[in-house]
Design a protein around this ligand. Structure first.
Ligand code: TYD
Ligand code: MG
Length: 466
């Protein structure tokens, strides 16, 4: 018989080691490595391997599905992020920094579902029942029949939800507080988090209830322990936001039943989270149209267009190695745009500090923002404000060419809707709409864009001279 495999797992970061060590290579912590049985955990079957398996009944793909597979909350932004509602029999992880509003969002979702006569159980391991009630009162959800429990023991939670009618949705807030009798380590450790999550996921698959697990993200930006739960659940949503701003973004990172590039946008107020149906208006709210160094990027988040302002500040550097600081965009991507500007457009930025900021604490992940960034940089260097009613998008290649990006029509439609009549976009863009009143300026090289901005500066100077 094969010797049972033993492995050692760091309780801080989840790195698996083949032998015990005092210090973890993964995170550098001391005394965090413990022996772990990879086959362990609740419901993982008997300890000794059976010699013969038991046949399971095979069924066909077609067949009756007892309920509607998805449970819609009616909160459009949340339903969009989950891909059309919570899926029965699935587990969903909602991650985010402490205090960002995960409990608030899920309490509102629970109440919305309860109002649609679904049975919802909310298990909190972090707050006492009185605290949850207080929050519910503030949110105006205290009149709904969400069932509450303040409990952290997995076996007790499972016993509770297994009695009576199976709930449609179970919310566990949070997985870091769960602990099981089956694992010996302390709550919050990788083994406990994994065991607890595994038990809840098993329950979801077995009974068809939807389970939502809340997970706090640690300082390093990963759920403790990193990735141990992400691969086990069916969908992962991250709730993000900037403490200095009121809006929050629910971002889909993984979804076995829907698209992964959707976002839901919310605004935190004293009455909880409100939906933001048009995020562009929010991100452009505080715009100063006459300032040099600002351009508006027509971006896409999944299926939905989002307009954001990109701000650049270029200033002569007193340092030998000029500073480059980026908030809301990729640093490597900025270096690339700077290099292309130097090499192909004659824009010298080697002796300049460059600061780049995406307004409102928003984060752009699309390469299509290249053109907006480049125009903000050139505008700041030239000390010349870009036209207030113009949007920019397009990918820049290392050769200095501007490449078409997807969803041209949607980006332009959103821009027109918000009063942007002009756009600078790549030449050869597919599905370019014929606009009645907009003017689209297509460029195929970055140098054209730079020449355009420089040209308008020369014109302006001439006008002043006259
Ligand atoms: P919470 O949902 O407890 O965060 P998490 O569960 O992610 O740790 O939200 C806490 C923050 O939200 C707290 O700083 C207060 C703020 N908040 C409001 O501004 N308005 C509200 O109506 C509620 C309930 C919370
Ligand atoms: Mg909370």
């Amino acid at each position: 018989m094969a010797r049972p495999k033993v492995q050692f797992v760091c309780q801080n970061c989840g790195t698996v080691h083949s032998r015990w060590a005092g210090k973890c290579d993964g995170c550098g912590e001391w005394n965090t490595i413990v022996e772990d049985d990879p086959a362990g955990g609740i419901g993982s079957g008997p300890g000794r391997p059976r010699t013969r398996g038991k046949p399971v009944a095979l069924t066909s793909l077609s067949g009756d599905i007892e309920d509607a597979p998805r449970i819609k909350t009616g909160i459009a932004e949340l339903d969009r992020a989950t891909g059309g509602g919570f899926v029965r029999g699935s587990a969903l992880l909602v991650g985010g920094d402490p205090g960002i509003g995960k409990s608030t969002l899920l309490m509102q979702a629970a109440a919305a579902l309860a109002r649609r006569s679904h049975s919802v159980v909310y298990v909190s391991g972090e707050e006492a029942v009185a605290q949850i009630r207080l929050r519910a009162q503030r949110l105006g959800t205290a009149d709904t029949d969400v069932m509450l429990a303040a409990e952290t023991n997995v076996e007790d939670i499972l016993a509770t939800v297994a009695q009576g009618n199976r709930p449609d949705l179970i919310i566990i807030d949070s997985i870091q507080t769960l602990w099981s009798d089956m694992a010996e380590s302390a709550p919050g450790t990788v083994t406990q988090v994994r065991t607890g999550a595994q038990a809840m996921i098993r329950f979801a698959k077995k009974t068809g209830a939807a389970v939502v697990l809340v997970g706090h993200v640690t300082k390093e930006g990963q759920i403790a322990g990193p990735r141990v739960v992400e691969h086990m659940v069916d969908a992962v949503l991250y709730f993000e936001g900037d403490r200095g701003h009121h809006y929050r973004i629910l971002r889909t990172v993984k979804n076995r039943f829907g698209p992964t590039d959707e976002i839901g946008v919310f605004e935190m107020s004293d009455r909880g989270l409100g939906e933001v149906a048009n995020p562009s208006e929010l991100f452009l709210g505080e715009r100063n149209e006459k300032a040099p160094g600002a351009s508006v990027f027509a971006g896409m988040e999944g299926t939905r267009p989002v307009l954001v302002e990109v701000q650049a500040l270029v200033a002569p550097s007193p340092l030998g190695t000029p500073r480059r600081a980026v908030v809301g965009w990729d640093t490597a991507r900025l270096s690339m745009v700077l290099a292309v500007l130097e090499a192909h457009c004659g824009v010298r930025l080697g002796q300049h500090d460059v600061y780049l900021n995406v307004a409102g604490g928003y984060r752009i992940s699309e390469p299509a923002a290249d053109l907006a960034v480049a125009s903000a940089l050139v505008s700041s260097l030239a000390g010349l404000a870009l036209p207030a009613d113009c949007v920019y998008f397009g990918e820049i290649s290392l050769s200095g060419a501007v490449r078409p990006v997807a969803h041209t029509a949607q980006r332009l439609k959103e821009a027109e809707k918000l009063g942007f009549g002009r756009a600078v976009l790549p030449k050869g863009s597919a599905d370019l709409p014929k606009s009645a009143n907009g003017s689209w300026n297509t460029v195929d090289a970055l140098a054209d864009l730079v020449a355009g901005i420089a040209g308008s500066k020369a014109q302006l100077a001439q006008g002043e001279d006259e």
